[in-house]
Design a protein around this ligand. Structure first.
Ligand code: DGL
Length: 273
């Protein structure tokens, strides 16, 4: 069991923020990643559609024999909250680990949350933070264009288009005086440099992908599922759209080649009840 892979999924490239951290903290683990690049973005779809997609994505990972599933997607974690109940393996979404990290990070009690429209309107992070400490103040902002920027490879902090969109969305949060910002969509850490350049060093960014990877590592330990084989783990990536565009941006973000590790699948063929 322990040599089985960790399954990670997202609507596209965003979940790579969790993969990057997982390979750092658990280099011996095998990882199977699914990015639903043919159906991205999830964040402006109905709850019913997001739930169906999430079930198909998880089912695909189960077909690969994974021992744990990470929904490395703020939208799925916020909307398809029933997913964990249907799975035969341990599961985590991104909301709780990220909210906890933000609560621990803030000094002035003002936390900003950015995510997709579905995530922000679900109020998931806000509820999680306030249930931990109701004295905190949270400010929410949906940033749907960030997902498109990332999926299309606009990720550099010196890109004028990236800077303009960042400024347009984040001005109210800057004005509100937050000292901590939850990057509540896993795509957003990919443009963290641009976000940080605009908000300044005094605002701590909380990366939902990496916080969740750290939490997943503790889950594996708790369930006695760590890979004890002593070898370096491998990664296999699956996408539902073209391999090439995913590969290019993935390589920039991960800082290494994924040549030969990315395959295409037809996610619509995965049956769910
Ligand atoms: N990366 C995802 C999230 O964390 C999804 C973005 C989208 O597909 O809209 O919300």
């Amino acid at each position: 069991m322990s040599e089985q892979a960790i399954g990670v999924f997202d609507s596209g490239l965003g979940g790579l923020t969790a993969v990057k951290e997982l390979t750092k903290v658990l280099p011996g683990e095998n990882i199977v990643y699914f990015g639903d690049t043919a159906r991205v973005p999830y964040g402006n779809r109905s709850s019913k559609t997001i739930r169906r997609y999430a079930r198909q994505d998880a089912e695909f990972l189960l077909s690969k024999g994974v021992k744990l599933i990470i929904a490395a997607c703020g939208t799925v974690s916020s909307v398809a909250t029933e997913l964990s109940e249907t799975l035969p393996v341990p599961f985590t979404g991104v909301v709780k680990p990220t909210a906890e990290a933000a609560r621990l990070s803030t000094h002035n009690g003002k936390i900003g949350i950015i995510g997709t429209s579905a995530t922000v309107s679900s109020g998931s992070y806000k509820k999680a933070i306030l249930s931990m400490d109701d004295r905190l103040t949270v400010f929410q902002q949906d940033c749907p264009l960030f997902v498109s920027l990332v999926e299309n490879g606009f990720i550099r902090a010196d890109d004028a288009i990236v800077q303009l969109v960042v400024q347009r969305y984040l001005a109210p949060l800057k004005e509100a005086g937050i000292d901590t910002l939850i990057l509540g969509c896993t795509h957003f850490p990919i443009i963290a440099e641009a976000i940080s350049a605009y908000l300044g060093d005094r605002v701590q960014l909380i990366d939902s992908g990496s916080e969740t990877a750290l939490f997943a590592a503790s889950l594996l330990k708790k369930h006695g599922l760590l890979n004890q084989s002593g070898t370096i783990g491998s990664c296999s990536y699956y996408v539902s759209d073209t391999v090439d565009s995913f590969r290019k941006t993935a390589e920039i973000f991960l800082g290494r080649s994924v040549e030969g590790e990315v395959s295409h699948i037809n996610i619509e063929q995965v049956a769910v009840q």
